[in-house]
Design a protein around this ligand. Structure first.
Ligand code: FPP
Length: 232
């Protein structure tokens, strides 16, 4: 069994650069390249959805130059992804609160979603200014507004109703979450959606995470007994 939906916390770009006596920005650049390459492999393997953590709500606290570098990379890759999607049939979409991004970047993300919306290959979801708690707060606010306007009975709010208000409303929950760089935490990523995902953590730094490393993670996933809280 391969996962239908794979989520990845792409950690370790800074350490990768440091090992090479290079600035952090070089690590992010190598990380963006690794993502592009790996997406092609993931498409070939037959995984349908890939959600990656590109920029968290906490990443604004990084040095201004680093934030600018990450935003710049997204602008740069915008054209690249448009060209790629013509060849590889990939669909791109974005989750997170984009209201804090520069207007030109917000527009680019919207264009990329629109241009690729009918593609039937791998669906790549980039989390940009995304935080799991923030997403749940935004969803709750929408529900509260509907209830206040008399359009929603609070008694009718259940897991399904809340799920439909999340940024991921049209996506299945991830089956497998991979974290590179060795840390054993979720860092506010997809808190609701990962409830029953299998976890795989590797010491490998993100820019070094090749298809060989992915195969190890998939092999581990295949050996898992997924009970979703029930008995075997
Ligand atoms: C964590 O590494 C990684 C990030 C904060 C950003 C991840 C972004 C990318 C891989 C690029 C995405 C770009 C595009 C265009 C989609 P870190 O800097 O925290 O690494 P460290 O823990 O080794 O310092």
């Amino acid at each position: 069994m391969i996962p239908r939906h794979l989520a990845i916390i792409m950690d370790g770009n800074g350490r990768w650069a440091k090992k090479r006596f290079m600035p952090h920005s070089v690590g992010h650049r190598a990380g963006a390249q690794a993502l592009r390459k790996l997406s092609e492999e993931i498409e070939k393997i037959g995984i349908k959805y890939l959600t990656v953590y590109a920029f968290s709500t906490e990443n604004w606290s990084r040095p201004e130059a680093e934030v600018r570098e990450l935003m710049g990379l997204m602008r740069e890759y915008f054209q690249q992804y448009i060209d790629d999607s013509k060849k590889n049939n990939m669909r791109m979409s974005f989750i997170g609160d984009h209201s804090r991004l520069d207007p030109d970047l917000q527009q680019k993300l919207g264009i990329l979603e629109d241009i690729t919306k009918d593609k039937t290959g791998l669906h790549v979801v980039l989390a940009v200014n995304y935080g799991g708690r923030d997403e749940i707060v935004r969803a709750t606010r929408k529900l509260a507004k509907e209830a206040a306007q008399g359009r929603l009975d609070p008694e009718k709010i259940d897991e399904d109703v809340l799920s439909k208000m999340l940024d991921t409303s049209t996506l299945p929950d991830p089956d497998l979450i991979i974290r590179t760089g060795g840390d054993l935490r979720l860092s506010n990523f997809l808190l609701w959606q990962l409830a029953y995902a299998e976890m795989y953590v590797t010491e490998t730094l993100w820019p070094d995470f090749t298809v060989k490393e992915l195969e190890k993670a998939l092999y581990s996933f295949q050996g898992r007994d997924r009970r979703f809280g029930g008995r075997p």
